[in-house]
Ligand binder design. Structure first.
Ligand SMILES: [Mg+2]
Ligand SMILES: [Zn+2]
Length: 207
């Protein structure tokens, strides 16, 4: 089973210089919920993998972060989308855990729990560390230019192990993934799904 891995801050919600520590600081990026609807149509597991060192830095409790995630998933679901799992790393960089991206621990954990074929899966992020984490386990990787994307681009070019795709935002990445899936699995059934949901989706552009 292929899966779609998404970073959270800068991909789904806005980055805050002071971090997102509670639900009232959480703000969806424009188009993010619509893009998640598109991705949900594919029927693949959608897993959020997010570094949240704010927890072990003592800036936000694990409960607060989990509350944010519960509400985020509720809003996405209410808008017609789906998130299958939210994994976060609470550790600080100096703790040298194996889950803080660019380490691939969260992707490996999800793969084990959901029986995911990582080599044919997708990872979308706005930081070089997202690209590296995805590439370490063989995912196709997408760098969005929302969030920190633009300022991280050069770093991503320097640290990436393989080619990655740059898209303007999650909508662009969703279109690319959709196109890829249509090619992989035979367009007919998916195309029909797409057309049926066109009204709540985004224009299908091929780049
Ligand atoms: Mg990010
Ligand atoms: Zn960790």
């Amino acid at each position: 089973m292929r899966a779609i891995f998404l970073d959270r801050d800068g991909v789904i919600c806005k980055n805050k210089s002071d971090h997102v520590k509670s639900w009232d600081e959480f703000e969806f990026l424009p188009g993010a919920k619509a893009s998640l609807n598109t991705l949900s149509m594919l029927g693949l597991p959608i897993v959020i993998v997010t570094n949240q060192a704010v927890v072990n830095r003592g800036m936000a409790s694990a409960e607060a972060i989990e509350d944010i995630h519960n509400r985020m998933v509720s809003e996405i679901t209410a808008a017609g989308g789906r998130i299958d799992r939210v994994l976060y790393c609470p550790h600080r960089p100096d703790e040298h855990c194996d889950c803080r991206k660019p380490e691939p621990g969260m992707l490996l954990q999800a793969a084990q729990e959901l029986d995911i074929d990582l080599k044919n899966s997708y990872m979308v992020g706005d930081a070089a560390t997202d690209i590296v984490a995805g590439q370490r386990v063989g995912c196709s990787t997408f760098m969005v230019l929302t969030g920190r994307g633009l300022q991280q681009l050069v770093h991503a070019f320097r640290t990436a192990r393989n080619t990655f795709t740059i898209t303007r935002n999650l909508t662009g990445a969703a279109n690319q993934i959709l196109k890829n899936e249509l090619q992989l699995t035979g367009a007919g059934e998916l195309w029909q799904l797409y057309s049926e949901n066109y009204h709540q989706s985004i224009p299908f552009t091929v780049k």
